[in-house]
Design a protein around this ligand. Structure first.
Ligand SMILES: *Cc1c(COP(=O)(O)O)cnc(C)c1O
Length: 376
């Protein structure tokens, strides 16, 4: 059987997790958390990075940091994971969806401005499949209208846009280290990226249950107490230890995935040339991280037929998001601005093929052969 995903594992995870277990500090912000923070601070050149138990909670922290209140509006694509929306709905926001671009499945930057009202507080671009949104345009719109930009870069670790690492462009950014992502901290994990200095102190407070405990540990205050809203947003050291092993091999993982991605692309090009399928589009001036390899079929029923066909050959392929605006909660908490020209239609065509660190060339060749067999 060729599974759709296998969590990344590089070899040093055992040793580091064991060493964290045997240290005297296994709650958050010990040695391995610090090593991860240093790695990300350098990579992202950000004001501060903070590990979180998952990306969902990094987004929740972002919503608290920008002071989302009841009635505020937040613009994002409907073709995304529920957490992108939930994090803001939890603080009372109304979600305003705009259509996606059919070429990248990312928010259509040319439709954002017409969705802005006097209640709009933020734009949340989602870098789908690790392929960057059109960030220059989005940042310019945000500047003109005094809005915050929060990058949902859950899938975008190690990708770049015009040389800048994803997550480091907006005011805030969020990564995921869930087992389905390119790097994992042992199943669940996330990172909040702060690119605007003004958020740093408050982010530490929010993450430490609303207390100024971080300042206390640094000796900046002589006792710590409850000073603001907050929750517990620290992962434990075991998660950080697992992740650090993967960060040390970040390029090895990235290059391996890119090689698999390119093998798929070359192997399936023939079908795309014959217009039987569509292949992913990578805009110029961006580098992606091969988070996902997807193809697009004619429609929903052809996609299901291919899923079933591949399953018979023991190849697991999966579709992705049901657009949020058409869900039960979506109807309650959101509105779609403008026309849904591509979100629903394109999402019904998209199929994700097996993709993970260490996927063998033989398996990829087998998947390609079977997809060709389906069309012959
Ligand atoms: C995976 C994912 C999340 C959530 O990540 P968790 O770490 O599981 O909370 C959020 N947004 C997007 C776009 C994702 O792909």
């Amino acid at each position: 059987m060729i599974s759709f995903n296998t969590p990344p594992y590089t070899g040093n995870e055992d040793q580091y997790v064991l060493s964290a277990m045997r240290s005297n500090k296994i709650s958050g912000d010990g040695k391995y958390s610090q090593l991860c923070h240093q790695w990300f601070d350098k990579k992202l050149n950000c004001a501060k990075s903070l590990l979180t138990p998952n990306c969902t909670q990094a987004l929740e922290m972002a919503a608290i940091l920008i002071d989302i209140k009841a009635g505020d509006e937040v613009i994002m694509p409907s073709y995304t994971f529920v957490s992108t929306a939930n994090a803001f709905v939890l603080r009372g926001a109304k979600i305003v969806f705009v259509d996606i671009r059919p070429d990248t499945m990312n928010i259509d930057e040319t439709l954002i401005e017409q969705a802005i009202t006097d209640k709009t507080k933020a734009i949340v671009p989602v870098h789908y499949a690790g392929i960057a949104c059109e960030m220059d345009t989005i940042m310019a719109i945000a500047k003109r209208h005094h809005l915050y930009v929060i990058e949902d870069a859950a899938q975008g670790v190690m990708s770049t846009y015009k040389g800048k690492t994803l997550g480091s462009i907006g005011h805030l950014g969020a990564f995921s280290f869930h087992e389905t992502k390119n790097y994992t901290s042992g199943g669940e994990g996330g990172l909040l990226i702060i690119n605007d200095d003004k958020f740093v102190e408050r982010a530490e407070i929010i993450r430490e249950k609303g207390t100024n405990r971080s300042l206390f540990f640094r000796g900046a205050v002589d006792k710590y107490s409850w000073v603001d809203l907050g929750s517990s947003y620290l992962p434990c050291e075991l998660q950080a230890a697992y992740l650090y092993a993967q960060l040390e091999s970040a390029d090895v993982i990235n290059n391996n995935r890119l090689a698999s991605w390119n093998t798929y692309y070359q192997g399936l090009k023939e079908l795309a040339d014959k217009k039987l399928i569509e292949l992913p589009f990578i805009p110029s001036e961006i580098e992606h991280n091969a988070h996902m390899f997807y193809i697009k079929l004619k429609d929903l029923s052809q996609r299901q037929a291919l899923i079933d066909f591949l399953k018979e050959q023991e190849i697991m392929s999966v579709f992705h998001y049901i657009p949020l605006h058409s869900s039960i909660a979506g109807e309650k908490y959101s509105r779609f601005n403008g026309e849904d020209q591509f979100t629903t239609k394109e999402s019904e065509k998209l199929l994700r093929l097996p993709m993970y660190y260490g996927l063998s060339k033989t398996d990829i060749a087998h998947v390609i052969t079977q997809i060709k067999a389906f069309f012959s």
